[in-house]
Design a protein around this ligand. Structure first.
Ligand code: GLA
Length: 509
């Protein structure tokens, strides 16, 4: 039954859930209740990480009849779980909204044989005190102050990131071929400059505490040199906690040392992901903890774009720039699904006034080209990211793109809306299934995106008087058909396909 698991990624940073497995055959058949309870403390081990360390989790489970509640503590995060037991079989879910088990398995001969949501097999034995992992001591974060602006990211950062498609299957050779493809596809020249390595590059610390890359990245400096030789920039990833979300060593207590290492390697961009920092700090310390790395990056003297990744917690938009951030995530992890993409962009709405040159709200990386949305939906995704001045970090395999994916990611007229120097983030107005986002542009004109949230094609009408242009709409252009269009009698109408978008640029003069 367990062999039948089909897994699909659903990364959810707040629950640390890495994958969604459609457990086709896993059912809670009622069988006789085993002699032993699933409740208790267990130490579970999984497969080895790419740095050789064994994945480990401590399960603290309370069983009350068939109900299970408790926690699963892993190096990168702590998940609160609940679920049920039927005989020797159990299922544990990572959160109220989860419908798929975080861990499922069976109690056999006093051990838990577990299948994790990633599809990996784990084995849990009864816990003994020797299994307790050393607890990282508390380090008081610094007093708050304003980190000076580093002068970077005057327009939303553009590039590519490994996580959405490759997750842990990323290595030096892949990054090099991605860099090559960014050049040969024209993406670099369209502005996609940053090549960002996400989680799972990390090795172990050496005797001096210097963080090494693991075997997948034998020479990070040589890789940075290669990326730079292509006219691109290199990004890397770490966490302010002891462990990254994927359980690798992170920068807690090593902030300055790691910032220096990144600078020596030639890194140009750091994504800094809260993850296990939550096991040490409450949200009231978010700013101070992010400020610490902001200062450390600046102390290196190397210009490094600083990307805060803490899922929008603690109203990051209000203090992200003061902590030295050039961009900050405002949402949980995006998934390659219409509902996730729309939910993430809607969560941008309250943050709109905080976006501007040098500091941007980040609704997460692009999923365009990853295969689980229609081309109309991907056009909507790209249009929404553009009118909200969001970072454009492609998350697909740019070495192998369909014509439609290329056309979407390389639409220079749409990119120009995202990169407009005024740096305004559009806000939406809803009318039935149509949502209209208007972004003021530096030349006095506007970009207008009308999104059809419904599942049938709908006629959209854009009235010039709603565009606040201080005059007539003089010239207008449809940025997906690349045609000039006319505002007849002060309005322009067009049919918008289901989940599609009408994206206009309108000039006042
Ligand atoms: C978190 C982040 C993701 C990604 C993973 C890597 O979930 O939000 O964007 O970086 O961690 O483990």
């Amino acid at each position: 039954m367990i062999d039948d698991m089909r897994c699909k990624r659903v990364t959810s940073a707040s629950w640390g859930i890495r994958a969604l497995c459609l457990a086709a055959g896993v059912t809670l058949l009622s069988i006789s209740v085993g002699a032993q309870s699933i409740g208790g403390r267990w130490v579970a081990t999984g497969k080895a990480l790419d740095n050789g360390e064994l994945q480990k989790a401590i399960l603290d489970i309370k069983q009350d009849g068939v109900q299970l509640t408790g926690t699963v503590k892993m190096p990168g995060y702590l998940a609160e779980v609940k679920g049920s037991a039927a005989g020797n079989h159990f299922e544990l879910f990572g959160g109220a909204s989860a419908t798929i088990p975080f861990m499922a398995g069976d109690l056999v001969n006093g051990e838990l044989r577990i299948i994790k949501d990633s599809g990996d097999s784990w084995l849990a034995k009864p816990f003994s005190p020797a299994d307790e992992s050393p607890v990282a001591g508390y380090i008081e974060p610094p007093q708050l102050h304003k980190v000076p602006y580093n002068g970077l990211a005057k327009t939303p950062p553009m590039g590519w990131n490994s996580w959405n498609l490759f997750e842990s299957k990323i290595d030096d050779a892949t990054v090099r071929t991605i860099a090559d493809a960014l050049v040969s596809s024209g993406m670099r020249d369209a502005g996609y400059i940053y090549v960002n390595i996400d989680d799972t590059w990390e090795g172990l610390r050496d005797a001096q505490g210097n963080l090494q890359a693991n075997h997948k990245f034998p020479d990070m400096k040589a890789l940075a040199d290669y990326v730079h030789s292509k006219g691109l920039k290199l990004g890397i990833y770490s966490s302010p906690g002891p462990r990254t979300c994927a359980g690798y060593p992170a920068s807690y207590g090593h902030e300055e040392q790691d910032a220096k290492t990144f600078a020596v390697w030639g890194v140009d961009y750091l994504k800094y992901d809260w993850c296990s920092a939550r096991s040490i700090y409450k949200n009231d310390k978010l700013q101070a903890v992010y400020q610490k790395m902001g200062d450390a990056l600046q102390a290196t003297g190397r210009p490094i774009v600083y990307s805060l990744c803490e899922y929008g917690w603690g109203s990051v938009e209000k203090w992200g720039a003061d902590a030295g951030g050039n961009l900050w995530r405002t949402t949980d992890d995006i998934r390659d699904e219409w509902s996730s993409m729309i939910a993430n962009i809607e969560r941008q709405v309250p943050t709109a006034s905080y976006a501007g040159p040098g500091h941007w709200n980040d609704p997460d990386m692009l999923e365009v080209g990853n295969g689980h949305m229609t081309d109309d939906e991907y056009r909507t995704h790209m249009s929404l990211w553009a009118v909200t001045a969001s970072p454009l970090l492609a998350g697909n395999d740019v070495r192998n793109m369909s014509a439609a994916t290329r056309e979407i990611l390389l639409n220079k007229e749409v990119i120009a809306i995202d990169q407009d120097p005024l740096g305004k983030q559009a806000s939406p107005a809803r009318n039935g299934n149509l949502e209209t986002w208007i972004k003021p542009l530096a030349d006095g004109g506007v970009a207008v995106a009308v999104v059809n949230l419904g599942s049938t094609a709908t006629q959209a009408k854009v009235n010039a008087r709603d565009l606040h242009l201080g005059g007539a709409a003089n010239k207008a252009r449809d940025l997906w058909t690349h045609q000039d269009v006319e505002f007849a009698d002060g309005a322009y109408s067009a049919t918008v396909p289901a989940h599609g978008v009408l994206l206009l640029r309108v000039w006042a003069h």
